[in-house]
Write a protein that binds this ligand. Structure first.
Ligand code: RIB
Ligand code: CA
Length: 315
């Protein structure tokens, strides 16, 4: 039995999103996590859809008690950039979910996150698995927020190549100015970037096997089919568990290996906009270490943990 004293207060910022959906299913399956709130941000699809998806997923996973807040409709300065080609028109592989009848929260994400951080008295762990617009707005509006966040775990970035451009990973590329604000805010950061997440590809056969576990897993398998076709057409035979890794990291750091680094986000480049420049492989080091950069993952252990957690849902 986990007592409330030892549970980890968690806030999830997300742009669901098919891999975000699996990340949310895992989040709610971990009893050590005390989920204080969810906030939606424009990213994979428009905010109206990510907000609706976050609400419906929270209800579908049996957690209507967790409030879901609307966030930014667009990046700080750039035009929105969606990823229908991976996540489908509705953001969940065009698989429908029942509409949640939970109250529709009106408070903006950046204020709700701040209120939760104050209430958690410095213990709140923020997991951000979409563009970092909401987080940057919260940091800009509430100057004391950095002192109230214990750690920020993001899915985003790359110490090598990108997936949105040759230089940049999608979440950072969507809003590099927001990401730059986050990396400079002084809160300890864990960067679950492509260097590690591209080593987490679940094959179609493994997805099919997972889908047999229960209706939640069947939904996750069905929602993944749209993006699978795109991935396979681009040389990846399966679904990378990008966002699930960031949700698992706070309680299962031993599944991953990470190195301390200085990380700076490029916001001015034309070719390099959105690149997370790290000093991992450079003899010229930045004068600071602001992030733990995840580089490796124990894939069998990761899949075992994902399967064990997701099998908790009712069959
Ligand atoms: O690069 C992968 C990231 O971009 C994931 O968070 C995915 O959901 C998309 O938002
Ligand atoms: Ca995402």
């Amino acid at each position: 039995m986990i007592d409330n004293e030892t549970r980890i207060p968690i806030w999830l910022d997300t742009d669901p999103g098919v891999d975000d959906a699996m990340a949310m299913a895992l989040l709610f399956a971990i009893p050590e996590y005390d989920v204080k709130g969810i906030s939606a941000v424009a990213g994979n699809v428009e905010l109206s859809k990510t907000f609706r998806n976050a609400r419906n997923l929270t209800a579908f996973f049996g957690r209507k008690d967790v409030p879901v807040y609307p966030g930014a409709e667009k990046p700080l300065f750039r035009a929105p950039r969606t990823a229908y080609f991976v996540h489908g028109e509705n953001g969940l592989g065009n698989v429908d979910l029942p509409e949640s009848d939970a109250p529709v929260e009106q408070m903006p994400a950046w204020d709700a996150l701040y209120e939760a951080a104050k209430a958690a008295k410095g213990e709140l762990v923020l997991v951000a698995i979409g563009p970092l617009t909401n987080v940057a707005l919260a940091l800009s509006k509430h100057g004391s927020l950095p002192k109230l966040l214990k750690r920020i775990v993001i899915m985003g970035g790359s110490a090598t190549y990108g997936n949105a451009t040759p230089a940049a990973e999608a979440n950072i590329f969507c809003d590099a100015e927001a990401a730059s604000t986050v990396f400079q805010c002084g809160v300890p950061i864990v960067m679950c970037g492509l260097d590690m997440t591209l080593k987490t590809v679940m094959s179609p056969a493994e997805l099919d096997k997972l889908g047999e576990l229960n209706p939640v897993c069947k939904f996750l398998r069905d929602a993944a089919q749209h993006g699978l076709a795109y991935s396979q057409a681009h040389g990846i035979d399966g679904m990378a568990l990008h966002d699930p890794t960031a949700v698992l990291y706070p309680l299962y750091p031993h599944i991953f290996s990470a190195e301390e680094a200085g990380v700076v986000v490029e916001t001015k480049g034309t070719i390099t906009y959105g690149k997370t420049v790290t000093d991992l492989y450079s003899d010229k080091q930045f004068p600071f270490k602001n992030a733990l950069v995840a580089l490796e993952v124990d894939k069998p252990k990761l899949f075992e943990t994902v399967t064990e957690l997701l099998s908790k849902y009712r069959s």
